[in-house]
Structure formats: C-alpha cells, structure tokens
Design a protein around this ligand. Structure first.
Ligand SMILES: *Cc1c(COP(=O)(O)O)cnc(C)c1O
Length: 396
C-alpha cells in the first residue's frame, strides 16, 4: 500500500530550498564583504589626512565607476538619495511639476521628488520585470495628458509631467527601450533610479546609462558599498559639471574666495568613503559572478517548490541579482506573513517588498494610475538571503 505523505507546507518547502543552497544559516539578507584592498586604501586615505571633501580617491572612484558602467562621466555623492535629488534638479524638475515614479519602489525615489517640491505621480509595474509597465503607461498618458508646446501636461491637475523615473527592482532591468520611446513620445526626460542595479545590463549596456542621467547607490546593503555613497551617471559633460557644482555648495573654483553662484548642496562624497568604494569596485566583477552563481543554485532549488516562482532576470538582460526574490502564486498571497515569520525564526532573513508608496502617509494624496499589478506584487514578493559569499556553501 502506498501511503501518501501529507503535502509539505509552503514555508517548509521554501525553508528547505534555501537550506539546500546556503546551508543551515543563520543568514542576513545582504551583507557587504571586504576581502580586497579596503584596509590598505583606508590606511592610505588616513595617512594622507585627506579624509573629507576632496582627495584622490574621489577622482579615482568616479573615473573607475565611469569606466565600469561605460558612462562618460560619474559624479559621486554622499548617498543615492542625494544623487537622485540633484539629478532631478539638473533634469529641470521645478516646484509643482510631476514626476512619474513606480509605486513599487523604496521611499527614496519619491522623497527625491519631494525635495524638489515636485509631486510624485505613481505608476504601475509589469510582472515580467517588476518595473515600469510601458504599455499600460503609454495608454494611461495618452488618456490623461496633452502635449502643449513640447511639454507633457496632466489634464486633470494642469501640472507639467517632467520626468519618467524607472527603477530596476532588486537589480532586474526594466524595459528601457520602451521607456526611451515613451519618454520621447511624451516629452519626458528619462532619469533612471539604478540604485539597486550596479552591474546589471540591458541589451549588454549598463543600466543607468540610458536616460539623460542615472543614479547608483553604495549604501551598506547594496551590491558594493562605500559605507554610504551614491553617484550620477551621464554622458553629457555639461550635465556632469552642473551636477558636481550643485552637489559641492555651488562654489566657484578659486584659490581663496568663497563665492557661491547658486543655493547649492553639501552632498559630496568624502574621500574616506571613496577609498572604501575604490576597493569595493575592484572586487565587483567577482562579487557579481558569485551572485549569479547563487542565483542559478536558488533557481534550481525553487523548481521543487509548489506555489512560488523564483524571479529570473528579464529577457535580453543580465541582472546583478542584488536581492533574490520569489513570487507567491496569486491564491497563496495570504501565506506570506507566515512564511516571513517561519523563515526568520529559522534564521534566514526574509522580507516582503516595500509597502506601495501611495499607501504611505506622506504620499496618500498623490496622483496615480491604476496600480493593480504593483498591488498584487507587493503582497506576493519575498526577498531572501542574497549575499555573494553564500554561493560558497554548495561548492565547499
Ligand atoms: C538604495 C536605494 C536608493 C538610494 O539609497 P541611499 O541609501 O540614499 O544610497 C534609491 N532608490 C532605491 C530604489 C534604492 O533601493
């Protein structure tokens, strides 16, 4: 007689998939790794006494980041949020403008818009990329906007929609060709929030280099870190110059004179952070290949799990797999909190995607298109341990 064993609960299946790949744990969601020249460069930086706002490491970091991403210029800043703030200002975002921002993103995307006294206008996302749903947005804008003297005007609010800001969720590139075409058709500037996607390619070209500007974050939980840090990528020399100027108190270069020709910001990246960033950049190719290896192992392990799908990089893209993700089946969304509870109890740090920004108190009144996919995804996504070193367990 064949005795059918009772089906395993979804969280039990998920825990064994994770355990098969990374071992018994515990494991954090994403840890930095310092296995290169970090100590050497930090000591060199301290010995030089140039720890603060200027120094060789800042220049080196910007040069090497530009080279890695294939961007002509990289302008470093104190964090990704400030880089986004400056990028929006330089893109021409003014008080009372609107900026198209995904509802499913980290709050920094919308905060940077608010810092410009502009208004985020929330847009839906696509299940295939977790980012901007270009098709849906196209028909929404067709419906809701008018092109008046080369500007995209929201018919309902009367405000100018100035920028489209796609975000590459967990490192997975969005449909950038679609975004470029849409930006062109509706007179929008494209500014990419590529905070999470250092190392991610769309059609073999680095994310963050498609729009007029893109930004990267080097926060401690990102693929590589400078402690805190960010950068604007651009191919436009003039824009790079303005971004540098605005992020360094708008001081006019002079040997002794303090002349500032605008209200600038003190957003520069300290040399000591850049020193750490330089060492991390050197390790980036290794970290990226470890993360891809980890992704492959997880993908295989999650094939066995009934009720959840491992999220793979979109077509024609190479993702950095910054954060690993699974998507629960539609009818199993109610299991999410129990899965989060049981995996965390087991020592595997997991977490849900962000609460949609239009549901947060400061952003409840903002305009938005119908957000069905974003809403559904926000209830079904789960991130789990993604540090590059975890790929070592299976090869040990
Ligand atoms: C990390 C992140 C940022 C910027 O973060 P900082 O902590 O300011 O460097 C912006 N947008 C998204 C989507 C992010 O994940």
């Amino acid at each position: 007689m064949i005795v059918e064993s009772p089906p395993q609960s979804l969280s039990t299946q998920i825990i064994s998939a994770i355990e098969n790949v990374i071992g018994p744990g515990p494991a954090a969601l994403h840890e930095p790794s310092f296995t290169g020249n970090e100590w050497i460069y930090l000591k060199e930086c301290l010995d030089s006494t140039y720890v603060s706002s200027v120094g060789n490491f800042v220049d080196k970091f910007e040069r090497e980041l530009a080279a890695f991403t294939g961007s002509k210029y990289a302008v470093s800043m104190i964090n990704g949020t400030s880089a986004l703030h400056i990028a929006l200002l330089v893109a021409g975002v003014k008080a009372n403008d609107e900026v198209l921002v995904p509802a499913l993103t980290f709050v920094a995307s919308a905060n940077a818009v608010s810092y410009c006294n502009a208004i985020p206008h929330f847009i839906d996302c696509d299940e295939a990329t977790l980012g901007v749903d270009v098709k849906k947005l196209h028909s929404y804008l067709n419906d809701q906007t008018e092109q008046i003297r080369g500007q995209c005007v929201n018919r309902k609010s009367g405000r100018i929609i100035r920028v489209l800001m796609p975000m590459h969720t967990f490192g997975h590139p969005v449909d950038l060709d679609g975004c470029l075409e849409l930006a062109h058709d509706f007179n929008l500037q494209l500014v990419e929030d590529a905070a999470e996607s250092l190392g991610s390619l769309y059609n073999s070209k680095h994310t963050g280099t498609f729009g007029v500007m893109g930004i990267i974050s080097f926060n401690g939980n990102k693929t590589i870190t400078s402690g805190g840090g960010g950068a604007i990528l651009t191919d436009d020399k003039n824009i790079a110059g303005i971004a540098k100027h605005m992020s360094t108190t708008a001081k006019v270069p002079h040997q002794w004179e303090y002349r500032h020709d605008a209200i600038g910001y003190n957003y520069r990246l300290p040399n000591i952070n850049a020193a750490l960033g330089c060492a991390q950049l050197e390790k980036l190719p290794v970290l990226l290949s470890e993360k891809r290896k980890l992704a492959k192992l997880y993908k295989k392990a999650f094939c066995q799990v009934q009720g959840a799908t491992y999220f793979c990089e979109p077509k024609n893209c190479q993702s950095n797999y910054w954060l690993q993700a699974i998507l629960l089946d539609n009818d199993l969304a109610h299991e999410r909190d129990n899965i989060l509870k049981e995996t965390n109890e087991k020592g595997y740090m997991t977490r849900p995607a962000w609460i949609l920004l239009n549901e947060l108190d400061p952003y409840k009144e903002c305009p938005s298109m119908p957000l069905d996919s974003a809403f559904s995804l926000s209830k079904r996504l789960i991130n789990f341990p993604s540090s590059s070193y975890l790929s070592g367990f299976n090869s040990a």
